[in-house]
Design a protein around this ligand. Structure first.
Ligand code: PBG
Length: 325
């Protein structure tokens, strides 16, 4: 006779369900983004990211200590400089905000915390693009690579463990690897934002880092078209060939198929970025009482891991690690 109740038998009790769970989220899977702002005396809340702040260097060090205590192995830093200019000078300044924060975090936490630095120019440029502009206003790929190399060396010099290039210039991983090796920073790893889409889900992040793209522009000339998945596989292959140590897909939930395809094809550690808009949507709906925000958060993170991600960059890191403790 057809076993009608076969699948429900193992869903009957919490212990049975735990026994057969295929995916287990742990604090080890989480990477917490931290925004560090130059020239402030106390943390500033970010309106569109409830619970997330722009940190001072001191408050970032304290927050990292809490995360570490909860078992989160890594943070990724984003800088908010006091002054912006056409070349994004602050990104590679030895006294720029991210370099100062890297030194403070490594001084306080040493090798108990992996410090990752987002490597891009958009937070530092007055035009808001991820690279240098040509006189006609195009993003200049190769001139930007030289700047990325300078940023990588400045971050490495400050003691960063991993640099994470997010600008989607062609050849950025190779340019950064060459620069790091040439300056004897062979131990610094590269987390490549390998498949990064031109997504509308980055909106709250741009408030967090105070970025407005000039002339109401967008990043469609360098970030990927959400319509494509084979193109992502090509992006990832090139980044692997150029020397990436870890791979990333971004955003996460609308791109679970991309995560699964990259996982199937590659054996390097794979991260996914649950981005600002994904976080903000949970918080906004929960604030209206329309969903149970915490349950949805854990469901999102579990799904991203189930799709094949080993690591998740998420503003939920602290909340999730507390729940998993
Ligand atoms: C670029 C960068 C962005 C994010 C991470 N790195 C913004 C962009 O590409 O426009 C977005 C992260 C998020 O939305 O949480 N430096």
């Amino acid at each position: 006779m057809f076993p009608q109740r076969r699948l429900r038998r193992l869903r009957r009790t919490p212990a049975l369900r735990r026994m057969v769970a295929e995916t287990h989220l742990t604090p080890d899977d989480l990477i917490a983004p931290l925004f560090v702002r130059e020239g402030i005396d106390e943390p500033h809340p970010i309106g569109s990211l409830p619970g997330v702040v722009q940190h001072t260097v001191a408050s970032a060090v304290r927050e990292a200590g809490e995360l570490r205590r909860l078992g989160v192995p890594a943070v990724i830093l984003f800088g908010v400089p006091e002054r912006k200019d056409a070349e994004g000078t602050g990104a590679s300044d030895p006294d720029g905000i991210v370099q100062v924060a890297i030194r403070a975090l490594k001084d306080a936490h040493g090798d108990d915390l992996a410090v990752i630095a987002d490597l891009c120019l958009d937070e530092y440029t007055d035009h808001g693009h991820c690279g240098l502009l040509t006189p006609s206003g195009e993003v200049d790929n190769d001139a930007t690579l030289d700047r990325y190399a300078e940023v990588a060396v400045a971050q490495a010099d400050a003691g960063v463990d991993i640099v994470a290039p997010s600008g989607m210039m062609d050849g950025q991983v190779a340019a950064i690897r060459d620069a790091l090796d040439e300056e004897e920073f062979a131990e610094v790893a590269i987390l490549a934002y390998a498949a990064k889409y031109a997504s509308a889900l980055y909106g709250p992040f741009r408030e967090a880092v105070d970025v407005e793209i000039c002339g109401g522009g967008d990043r469609k000339g360098y970030q990927q078209d959400p319509a494509n998945v084979r193109e992502s596989l090509e992006e990832v292959r090139l980044d692997v060939a150029e020397g990436a140590d870890l791979l990333m897909v971004k955003p996460a939930l609308a791109y679970l198929d991309v995560i699964a395809r990259v996982r199937a094809e590659h054996d390097l550690p794979l991260a996914a970025y649950h981005v600002s808009g994904e976080y903000a949507m949970i918080k906004a709906a929960a604030a209206n009482g329309w969903i149970d925000g915490h349950l949805v958060a854990m469901e999102h993170l579990t799904s991203i891991k189930r799709a094949g991600a080993d690591l998740i960059l998420t503003y939920l890191a602290r909340e999730a690690a507390e729940a998993l403790a």
